[in-house]
Ligand binder design. Sequence first.
Ligand SMILES: Nc1ncnc2c1ncn2[C@@H]1O[C@H](COP(=O)(O)OP(=O)(O)OP(=O)(O)O)[C@@H](O)[C@H]1O
Length: 322
Amino acid sequence: MSDLAINVQKMTRCFGNNIAVDHLDLQIPRGTIYGFLGPNGCGKSTSIRMLTGLLTPTSGELEVLGQRLPEEAEALRLRIGYMTQKFSLYDNLSIRENLSFVAQIYGFNSRQSRERVNELLALYALDKRQTQLAGSLSGGQKQRLALAAATLHHPDLLFLDEPTSAVDPENRREFWERLFDLCNAGTTILVSTHYMDEAERCHALAILENGVKRADGSPAELMATMGAHVLEVEGNDLRTLKSQLVQCPQVLSAAQLGTRLRVLVRDQTEQPQQWLQAQVNGRRIEAVRPSLEDVFVACTGQHSAPPASVISPAAEQGERHV
Ligand SMILES: Nc1ncnc2c1ncn2[C@@H]1O[C@H](COP(=O)(O)OP(=O)(O)OP(=O)(O)O)[C@@H](O)[C@H]1O
């Protein structure tokens, strides 16, 4: 048995003249959590749909859990779980009815179904409200129900397409605890996201832009090899300073964060800190640890533009998304 849950070469999908996914290579080891990070329309969902066998690639070699796609998609069906971007359960069925229905689809007999549904209700803290209609649940409860449904048949590989876009940070943290429990029990997980903090939790990730993989590796590897020094400038009139700095070829990007200007200076620049100090008229400079957002900016076309990420609606919690 291969150590790779997903082994893909040059996976491509065109819609007319639009290349949604462009020669994507992926090697995802079993038992890990792998992320797709990228903005809307970069090809995350299209890639996931091809990897689940639901969408036929235009070209490329795809092997998922040892099955070749699209030829062996049927054999893969019972071995994978898929949580789509939109809540796809029945609003007018209760929590228990939804899970029992999924169990029926997977061919559980009534005893197996009852046992497994009870187990999931307890695991996802839904047992006290099991008769409540799914349509009346909060975002976090819906998401827990969707995860319970996607894992009901004990899949070896779980696909999650932007699973936490509608939930608050606390529920998101809790959700990720469940993912690590699943991973610990041997499930491989592929999760797409546009949240930087979520991507940082993955064992490894691919940064996608316009259907192309711009970089991949563990968050630490990506930060160590990003090709730029990250420096922060403190002082007044940062707007003017920013517009001057982004004209310099040494500067990959500059973005204001409150009272600081975060500047990415290209690696090729000799003595980057001294170089920047000479540009900033006595303002204070500090070298800081790169973030995944810096990696994203450095490896996509988002250079001197405003940062690839913006403060999310949950900005108070310090989150960012691309
Ligand atoms: N069925 C389709 N027919 C035509 N074009 C499509 C289809 N599905 C996706 N696309 C196009 O493919 C590109 C990639 O879309 P995709 O949904 O994979 O992106 P994404 O990264 O998942 O975005 P989002 O975060 O918004 O879901 C987009 O330009 C989209 O318009």
